[in-house]
Write a protein that binds this ligand. Structure first.
Ligand SMILES: CC(C)(COP(=O)(O)OP(=O)(O)OC[C@H]1O[C@@H](n2cnc3c(N)ncnc32)[C@H](O)[C@@H]1OP(=O)(O)O)[C@@H](O)C(=O)NCCC(=O)NCCS
Length: 236
């Protein structure tokens, strides 16, 4: 199942290595979300991640061996279970400034798109559950921040308070490609790579900017933020 997602990311990293003149394994670490997808995040997995990158370096001229290595590492560990998740949503505890990061990652096994209008009430219910949990358990939350390609979609934005939606803008901080905030757009709701997105991305790889490789994606990640009170008011 993840093969086509892995192979697209490897193709992207190969291009970045050329464009930025960095070793292939550096490009893999910088431009893919394989560390998370292979569940090799965190201090206890540093050496296993190092082994994986060494394999990427060794096999870089053999695309099928690279892909087979990704699949083998993937199959060797159970998938990561996001902490603090509520259906499709999850959050990271507030930082020192009271900013809570929100994420959207539909669990496997859905029978329809999680963003379909018919599922809007279920998404709102998950958000309601998450923000009442936040109210009870997280101290000092002042605002909510999301960074994602999803803020290009009305089907996503309609889930949130109007002040949050009105705030959507180009991020004022550097992006990265190690998660799903940009990469997520190539997947459909079944978790499969969308053929038209794959084709669109591959056709634009030659335009890659070494400093801002995400520019070649059809949709750019956007940021949204507002006070947490707007979420409590909408969802209570
Ligand atoms: C979000 C996700 C479920 C969308 O999957 P999908 O198969 O495109 O779902 P749908 O086809 O039902 O699309 C949902 C809506 O988004 C719109 N949409 C999806 N991709 C789009 C695109 N590239 N451009 C414009 N609209 C798009 C659809 O038109 C639809 O809107 P509508 O109901 O108003 O017609 C899927 O991409 C996903 O699970 N991605 C991984 C999670 C992720 O990206 N998380 C971000 C982490 S911050």
């Amino acid at each position: 199942m993840p093969d086509s997602y892995f192979s697209l990311q490897l193709a992207f990293a190969l291009r970045h290595a050329v464009q930025a003149q960095v070793p292939f394994e550096v490009a893999v670490a910088r431009c893919t979300n394989l560390r998370r997808r292979l569940n090799l995040g965190g201090p206890s997995c540093v050496s296993r991640w190092g082994e994986f990158l060494a394999e990427m370096r060794r096999l870089q001229s053999d695309p099928s061996a690279l892909l087979a290595t990704c699949v083998a590492f993937h199959d060797a560990r159970p998938p990561a279970v996001p902490a603090r998740s509520f259906g499709c949503f999850a959050y990271e505890p507030p930082n020192a400034a009271g900013v809570l990061r929100m994420h959207f990652m539909p669990p496997a096994g859905a029978s329809s798109s999680p963003l379909a209008a018919v599922n809007m009430a279920a998404r709102r219910a998950e958000l309601g559950e998450m923000f009442s949990h936040v109210l009870r358990n997280e101290k000092g939350v002042r605002s909510v921040l999301g960074v994602s390609w999803l803020y290009n979609l009305d089907a996503y934005k309609r889930l949130f308070p109007s002040a949050y939606v009105a705030s959507v803008k180009k991020p004022w901080f550097p992006l990265h490609l190690n998660g799903s905030s940009t990469w997520g757009q190539v997947l459909d709701w079944r978790g499969q790579v969308k053929p038209e997105m794959r084709a669109a991305l591959l056709s634009r790889l030659h335009l890659m900017d070494a400093e801002a490789p995400w520019i070649v994606f059809p949709l750019q990640a956007m940021a949204a933020t507002c006070g947490v009170q707007a979420f409590h008011e909408l969802l209570s």
